[in-house]
Design a protein around this ligand. Structure first.
Ligand code: PAY
Ligand code: ZN
Length: 306
């Protein structure tokens, strides 16, 4: 971690700070890091991430953070991972970093994230619309089995699915970017909080996927590795059986449309003591244990030929 470089993992950062740090990274690592623009927002911001690539044509992994604005540990985890992939001297992390192309986006809902910093810390949704209740749940708005359970048609509710599939410019533009990567990606990871779960699709149904057993087996190994460092206990399983039915989420669309074999949604720390307000001194330990789990996840994925 590089406090000398103006970016500390001991505190949560604003969107501007994250984007400024990206610019520094492209200057410090011009051969490895490029800024990617993966979408637009209702209020006119750009959804930005970084691509980290140590070689050409490595298998691609997309990392989604911050789809829910108040889940601050999610963007913080993604920026921690970016830093580690560039600076870690641990041989397992180096191998993981250097053998993949990483598309890493800490906040896919920047309007919401800014709103949690400036107006309402507990905001979850996007900021679209002009009615009494603004925004849609960006994790209920994707165009696969849209609004078919665990989502709402009522704009004032937290899980409002939006006016229609991809009514939100954030999900629409991000999905177009993802579709443009077809053939390059084999894995998609999204970070939420809280509950300490490692979930895989589907969310709209409890029916098992073709590779349910494989995702479950990889998930079990990954949460075992996660627990080793600090004893943090996770549970793994599909979204609908592990937390609740949730349709129109990003992961279901990715699974159904891009047909990637490795797809996981983390519900990060904690289990409710602090909930969305996880203290900043947990960013690093949380990041360390998540990295441990990713090392194992992708070691295991190879064993299944993924
Ligand atoms: O795709 O991860 C999914 C569905 C489950 C999450 C969701 O509702 O989108 C679970 C919740 C979340 O991270 O947003 C859990 C948190 C604690 C909440 O707000 O209920
Ligand atoms: Zn969430």
């Amino acid at each position: 971690t590089r406090e000398d470089f103006g970016y500390s993992h001991k505190k949560y950062h604003t969107l501007d700070e994250i984007y400024q740090w990206f610019e520094l990274l492209t200057k410090q690592y011009p051969d490895l890091v490029s800024i990617i623009e993966v979408g637009k927002t209702y209020e006119g911001r750009t959804i930005k991430g970084v691509k980290i690539s140590y070689g050409s044509k490595n298998p691609g992994i997309f990392i989604e953070g911050g789809i829910h604005a108040r889940e601050w540990i999610s963007p913080a985890t993604v920026t921690y991972l970016i830093d580690q992939f560039l600076t870690s001297t641990d041989s397992k992390i180096r191998k993981l970093a250097e053998s993949h192309d990483w598309y890493m986006v800490p906040s896919v809902n920047p309007d919401g994230y800014v709103y949690t910093h400036e107006k309402n810390r507990m905001w979850r949704k996007t900021r679209s619309g002009s009615g009494l209740c603004k925004g849609a749940d960006a994790n209920r708005n994707w165009g696969f089995m849209w609004n078919s359970g665990g989502a709402s048609s009522i704009p004032c509710l937290e899980n409002y699915a939006g006016k229609g599939p991809f009514s939100e410019i954030e999900t629409k533009t991000l999905s177009q970017y993802l579709a443009s990567l077809k053939g390059k990606l084999f894995a998609y990871i999204s970070f939420h909080s809280y509950s300490q779960l490692l979930m895989f699709p589907y969310g709209h149904t409890t029916k098992h996927l073709d590779n349910h057993e494989e995702e479950k087996a990889i998930g079990m190994k990954a949460i075992g590795a996660l627990a080793e460092r600090y004893g943090t206990q996770y549970v793994t399983g599909n979204i609908a059986e592990t937390i609740y039915v949730a349709s129109g989420n990003s992961m279901d669309w990715v699974k159904a449309t891009l047909k990637l074999p490795v797809t996981y949604t983390y519900e990060l720390r904690d289990k409710g003591r602090y909930g969305f307000l996880l203290p900043a001194d947990q960013i690093i330990p949380n990041g360390e244990e998540v990295m441990d789990s990713l090392v194992t996840m992708f070691d295991e994925a190879i064993k299944f030929g993924y």
